[in-house]
Write a protein that binds this ligand. Structure first.
Ligand SMILES: NC(=O)c1ccc[n+]([C@@H]2O[C@H](COP(=O)([O-])OP(=O)(O)OC[C@H]3O[C@@H](n4cnc5c(N)ncnc54)[C@H](O)[C@@H]3O)[C@@H](O)[C@H]2O)c1
Ligand SMILES: O=C(O)C(=O)C[C@@H](O)[C@H](O)[C@H](O)COP(=O)(O)O
Ligand SMILES: [Zn+2]
Length: 357
C-alpha cells in the first residue's frame, strides 16, 4: 500500500493507494475519526450496484445510511445537492456524522460540497472509483455546476483521508479510462518531461495501463498535485497550473451540455490548444505532432468539433474562474514542466480557436 501525504493549511491527510485498501478503512475510521455517529455513504447509480456491497462488508457493524445519486455530471446539480441535504436532515445526521463519497469525481465533488455545507461542515472521506479521481479526490476542490459554468458553486474543503482501492478500476469503461488518463497526462506536462516520456512509452494503448504501470502513474500524478496544493491550497497563485487545458476544456463541456463529453476528453483538447498557444506565444519547443499521434492512437479527439462556435466558446471562457475582468487567462507552458499563466486577448483567441476547429 502506498501512502501519499497531502499537507494543507486546513488539514493534513493521506491518500492510501493500492489494491486492498478497503480493508484499512474501518480500522482508520475507528482510530482517527473522533466520536463519529452515523456513516452517510453517497454513491451513484452505476457504482452502487457494482461495488456498494464490498464497501458495506468492509464497514460491517456500523450505523450506515446510503443515498444514491444519478451517475456522472447529472449528480452535480442544485436539485441533487438539495436532495442530498434533505436526505441528511431526514435521517437525523448530525455534526459528528461522517460522509463517505464513493464514486468518481462527480460523486466526490458533490459529496465534498455536501460535507462542506451540511451543518456548516461535517467530516468526509473520499473513496474514489475512477482513474480521473486520482485528481478530483485530492486537494479539496468540491463543487456543483451552474448552467452558466462548470464547478461555479463550491468550496475548498479537505477530506480526512482518501482511500483509493484500485480493484474498483477493473469495471471502468474504456471511455472513462481515457477520460481519467488525460489528467495523468496533464500532471506530466505541467511537471516534468521524464514523466511525460514514461507515460508515452509505457502506455501505447490502454491495455498496458494496468498493474504497476497504473499504480505508478496514479501515484506520480497524485504527488504532482499534492506538491502544488501544499504551496497554494486556495489557488491564489500556482494552483492555477492544475487548470492546464481546462480554460477551453470547461468551455467545451458547458457548450456541449454537461456529461456529453467526458471531462478528460474535453481537457485533452484544451491541453492541445494550450500547447499550440504556448508555441505561438512563448516559443515552446515541443513536438506536438508526436503527442497528437499518441493520443489519437489512444482514441482521443484532437481538435475542436466544428459544432462549437468559437464566439460561443469565448463567451464561456469569459465565465472561467481564472478570468479577471474581461481578461481570459490561460495556463501555457514555456517548456514541458514549466507552466505560466498568460492573458490572451479576445481577437487573438478567436483567431486561434478558428484555426484549431
Ligand atoms: N475536484 C477536483 O479537483 C476535480 C479534478 C478533476 C475533475 N473533477 C471533476 O470530476 C468529474 C469527472 O470525474 P470522473 O470522470 O471520475 O466522474 P464520474 O463520477 O462522472 O464518473 C464517470 C462515470 O464512470 C462511472 N463509474 C465510476 N466509477 C466506476 C467504476 N469503478 N466502474 C464503472 N463505472 C464507474 C460513473 O458512474 C460515471 O458514469 C467532473 O465533474 C470534473 O469536473 C474535479
Ligand atoms: O485541483 C485543481 O486545482 C484543478 O484545477 C484540478 C482540475 O483537474 C479540476 O478539473 C478542477 O475541478 C478544476 O477546477 P476549477 O476551479 O477550474 O473548477
Ligand atoms: Zn480536471
Amino acid at each position: 500500500m502506498e501512502q501519499i501525504p497531502v499537507i494543507t493549511n486546513a488539514k493534513q491527510y493521506k491518500v492510501f493507494l493500492g489494491s486492498h485498501i478497503l480493508e484499512e478503512l474501518l480500522p482508520f475510521i475507528k482510530q482517527e475519526i473522533d466520536e463519529y455517529t452515523k456513516i452517510f455513504i453517497l454513491t451513484d447509480e452505476t457504482v452502487g450496484p457494482l461495488h456498494l456491497e464490498k464497501l458495506m462488508q468492509a464497514l460491517k457493524g456500523e450505523d450506515i445510511v446510503v443515498y444514491t445519486v444519478p451517475s456522472g455530471e447529472k449528480a452535480k446539480t442544485f436539485d441533487v445537492y438539495y436532495n442530498c441535504l434533505t436526505f441528511a436532515l431526514e435521517n437525523k445526521l448530525d455534526r459528528k456524522s461522517l460522509l463517505l463519497a464513493f464514486g468518481g469525481g462527480a460523486v466526490g465533488d458533490l459529496g465534498g460540497f455536501v460535507a462542506a455545507t451540511f451543518l456548516r461542515g461535517i467530516r468526509f472521506i473520499q473513496i474514489p472509483t475512477t482513474i480521473l479521481a486520482h485528481d478530483s479526490a485530492v486537494g479539496g476542490k468540491v463543487a456543483i455546476n451552474h448552467p452558466l459554468g462548470k464547478n461555479m458553486i463550491g468550496a475548498f474543503y479537505q477530506p480526512e483521508a482518501v482511500f483509493y482501492d484500485l480493484s474498483f478500476i477493473n469495471t471502468l469503461p474504456k471511455r472513462e479510462v481515457r477520460s481519467g488518463f488525460a489528467e495523468v497526462i496533464k500532471h506530466a506536462l505541467i511537471h516534468d518531461e521524464a514523466f511525460y516520456r514514461q507515460l508515452q512509452t509505457e502506455v501505447p494503448s490502454f491495455e498496458f495501463l494496468t498493474g504497476n504501470t497504473l499504480l505508478h502513474a496514479l501515484k506520480k500524478g497524485i504527488e504532482v498535485k499534492s506538491k502544488i496544493v501544499k504551496k497554494d491550497e486556495k489557488e491564489l497563485g500556482i494552483r492555477a497550473y492544475l487548470n492546464f487545458g481546462h480554460t477551453l476544456g470547461h468551455a467545451i463541456e458547458a457548450e456541449a451540455g454537461y456529461g456529453v463529453m467526458a471531462h478528460g476528453e474535453a481537457v485533452l483538447i484544451g491541453m492541445l490548444f494550450a500547447l499550440k498557444l504556448s508555441k505561438d506565444k512563448l516559443g515552446l519547443s515541443f513536438n506536438e505532432k508526436e503527442l497528437i499521434e499518441w493520443v489519437g492512437q489512444l482514441g482521443y479527439e484532437t481538435s475542436i468539433n466544428k459544432q462549437f462556435s468559437p464566439e460561443k466558446l469565448l463567451q464561456r471562457m469569459l465565465q472561467d474562474k481564472k478570468t479577471i475582468g474581461q481578461e481570459v487567462r490561460f495556463v501555457l507552458l514555456k517548456e514541458i514542466g514549466k507552466p505560466v499563466v498568460v492573458t490572451i486577448n479576445h481577437d487573438d483567441l478567436l483567431m486561434h480557436l478558428k484555426q484549431f476547429s
